[in-house]
Write a protein that binds this ligand. Structure first.
Ligand code: ACO
Length: 451
């Protein structure tokens, strides 16, 4: 099989959001802390009407509906999530209700979990399956979804919620490069969820940033090395048309691109540095591991990389800025944002890299090529068209005051383990076609309906 990759995509984000300007006032932090300091504009959230099963059902149903997918043609369904509401039963098994209705039950795949990395793990499983001897000729679907919520405090404005669904198969317009994925995995307690009685993580904010940037250093250098094995002319960032990142908040992504340039600087021989990086010689003796919070390095390389950021990365941040961190789906929301920012003609033949990071920690950098031939061109056109429809729904959302948002969050928190339970969140406010939680019975079994 050839050109295995993404054939179609769908995105789901909640119909309600809180404005970060309002949240700054409500939280009594300095004006600009969330909007300029973190680079966030709006944060999507779910009331108790939605849970991980319902948002993944919504994304899956939308994908199949918009692309007329016959569920008998799907041989694998994978889910990536860190929103765990059952220690045994997977989200995938809930999604099977749609398949079982059609009598389609011969479907491999199950959930993958490690913080924001699960979606990438699920995606790799699907790609690997299509490229393997186990493949039976059918397509795969990958769903990455999460509800990202934090307790009251500095992490709360970095929440969000959403799900992305992807159809995977051969002859795709978005093709994955083979043999160059670069991973960095190790143990860290930067962000984790050991308290199974709570929806909130334990998070050491500063450590998450250090771990994220350190993982980026490692993945980027290894990725370049692997790319150069197949193409000795590969020049890292300069050979890429786009650079996409897992996006906890947009400011970290801009710093990450600067960090990649700092790596390029360190990897350039001292004699060539002045030519390629004029005026930055004062950093000649700086070390990677000592500069994660070095303000001077950060500032100098942010300035250096400003135009690279505008060109290669900023177009991928639209959804992250307006919805917030969608955890496993964040990187794929970045892909959606990037695609809708361009026309098919602008995208044909382009190459971009993606950096996936999940605390704890698991990370990979890999690359996607946009196919050159015309049949892929028409597939790309319909992919972008359907994504444009979805992304335009950002403007149809309802803005909610921070006080109301906080009340709705308190209801979620208070009832995280209540059973039996009837959610009180509004059904009216949901977008048409959204699945919602009807009730949880005394055996904690959940029932859903579609609006
Ligand atoms: N105007 C403009 N900028 C401001 C203002 C203001 N009035 N006040 C503060 N800022 C800036 C700060 O200078 C800082 O930016 P800088 O680092 O570029 O200087 C930024 O706003 C954040 O403020 P801090 O006080 O440094 O950070 P805070 O303690 O509020 O926490 C953090 C931020 C750590 C990101 C927190 O929200 C958090 O823990 N989030 C969850 C963890 C996370 O997302 N980690 C990322 C990777 S892991 C993952 O994906 C979960």
């Amino acid at each position: 099989v050839e050109n295995v990759g993404i054939l179609a995509m769908e995105l789901y984000f909640p119909s309600q959001y809180v404005d970060q300007v309002d949240l700054e006032k409500f939280d009594e932090v300095g004006t600009g802390k969330y909007t300029i300091g973190l680079g966030q504009s709006k944060m999507g959230f779910c009331s108790d009407r939605e849970d991980i099963n319902s948002i993944c059902l919504t994304a899956l149903h939308r994908l199949t509906e918009r692309n007329n997918i016959n569920l008998h043609d799907i041989g694998r369904l994978e889910v990536g999530t860190e929103t765990i509401i059952d220690k045994s039963k997977s989200v995938k098994t809930f999604l099977m209700t749609l398949f079982a209705k059609e009598g389609a039950t011969d479907v491999e795949g199950i959930d993958s979990t490690n913080a924001c990395y699960g979606g990438t793990a699920a995606l790799f499983n699907a790609i690997n399956w299509v490229e393997s001897s186990s493949w039976d000729g059918r397509k795969a679907i990958v769903i990455a979804g999460d509800i990202a919520v934090y307790g009251k405090g500095p992490a709360r404005p970095t929440g969000g919620a959403g799900a992305v669904a992807m159809l995977i198969g051969p002859d795709a317009p978005l093709v994955f490069d083979c043999g160059v994925r670069a991973s960095y995995m190790t143990h860290a307690y930067d962000f984790y969820k050991p308290d199974l009685a709570s929806e909130f993580p334990y998070v050491d904010g500063k450590l998450t940033i250090k771990c994220y940037l350190n993982a980026l250093d490692n993945c980027y250098n290894l990725f370049c090395k692997k790319m150069r094995n197949t193409n000795s002319n590969f020049k890292g960032l300069l050979s890429l048309d786009g650079m996409l990142f897992h996006t906890p908040y947009c400011k970290l992504v801009q710093k990450s691109l600067a960090r990649m340039c700092f790596n390029d600087f360190l990897n350039t021989s001292p004699s060539d540095r002045e030519k390629q990086f004029p005026g930055l010689s004062q950093f000649n003796n700086h070390k990677r591991e000592e500069t994660y919070f070095d303000r001077d390095v950060e500032k100098a390389f942010m300035t250096y990389s400003q135009s690279l950021f505008e060109e290669k990365t900023k177009p991928s941040l639209h959804i992250a800025r307006n919805v917030g961190n969608m955890y496993t789906s964040s990187l794929y929301g970045g892909l959606v944002s990037y695609l809708v920012s361009k026309s098919p003609e602008q995208l044909i033949g382009k190459k971009f890299a993606l950096f996936s990071y999940g605390s704890g920690l698991a990370s990979t950098m890999y690359s996607i090529n946009i196919c050159k031939d015309m049949s892929a061109g028409s597939k790309l056109e319909s992919l972008i068209k359907s994504l444009n429809d979805t992304v335009s729904m950002l403007d149809k959302r309802q803005c909610v005051q921070p006080s109301v948002f906080t009340e709705l969050m308190d209801v979620r928190t208070k009832n995280y383990h209540t059973a039996p339970y009837e959610p009180s969140g509004s059904i009216d406010v949901l977008f048409p076609g959204t699945y919602y939680l009807v009730r949880i019975d005394e055996q904690r079994r959940r029932t859903y309906e579609r609006k």
